[in-house]
Design a protein around this ligand. Sequence first.
Ligand SMILES: NC(=O)c1ccc[n+]([C@@H]2O[C@H](COP(=O)([O-])OP(=O)(O)OC[C@H]3O[C@@H](n4cnc5c(N)ncnc54)[C@H](OP(=O)(O)O)[C@@H]3O)[C@@H](O)[C@H]2O)c1
Length: 243
Amino acid sequence: MAAALVTGVSRRRGIAAAVAARLRTDGLTVVTAGWTPYDREQHKAIAEQTQTDLQADLGVSDAPAELIRAAERVAGPLSSLVIAHTRDTGGGVLEMTAETIDQHLAINVRGSLLLMREFARRVLEDGRTGRIVIFTSGPPQAGAVAYAASKGALEWVVYSAATELGPLGITVNGVNPGPNQTGWMSSELERALAERTPLGRTGRPEDAAALVSMLLSADAGFINGQVITSDGGFSIAGSSRPR
Ligand SMILES: NC(=O)c1ccc[n+]([C@@H]2O[C@H](COP(=O)([O-])OP(=O)(O)OC[C@H]3O[C@@H](n4cnc5c(N)ncnc54)[C@H](OP(=O)(O)O)[C@@H]3O)[C@@H](O)[C@H]2O)c1
């Protein structure tokens, strides 16, 4: 049976938890990874947490490769890697510090690159094929400039890695879930964002999960190097002619 590793899964309301649930419904063996100390640091309710198969701080340089190896010990050879973890502690241009910049880049960018490297090496060693999906985001991210730098970098990682790994049988795609209600929006903000969205609501974790499911399906085998936005049209609505 095909096996997938999904990162960033500890929060029940998060997108990654919905991705893991959807992929299980699709019949994949899913290994989940999380880092609950981050959720505590962000004062996210412990009651919101779900048990993951593995815990790893992906900001530690050896952790990504070790996580891939641990996932394969649990599930056997991986066919898919879904990178959904993120650090996002905010901080605009005037507030950012060397430490917050380093943390975002180490966890979001370096962690993702090293996960990808170990996954690809192991897939290729065995002569298999694979799929990688990386969660990006959309600009601008005012007030969260280090997060923005990391997500912009990941978008270019998708294009570059897809070009390099595609000929070797591994596709790499990105998912931008748009404003997605995982608990961070007040009801006023959710209403305001919904009003700006042509489809009349904000995203749900299940929307992003459905897109990942499609990207890992047999039918998506020719999709490579794309960052696909699933946001009900939110990102293009600003260009509408006023009526
Ligand atoms: N929600 C949105 O509106 C939105 C919009 C655009 C893009 N996205 C992207 O979509 C993805 C999922 O979003 P989300 O809102 O569900 O995110 P989230 O609730 O913030 O979850 C991300 C998870 O990543 C994990 N993580 C943080 N630091 C880590 C570290 N050092 N090592 C390993 N894991 C760490 C956290 O812990 P656990 O693993 O313990 O959960 C965190 O809960 C993210 O990549 C995000 O950037 C989301």
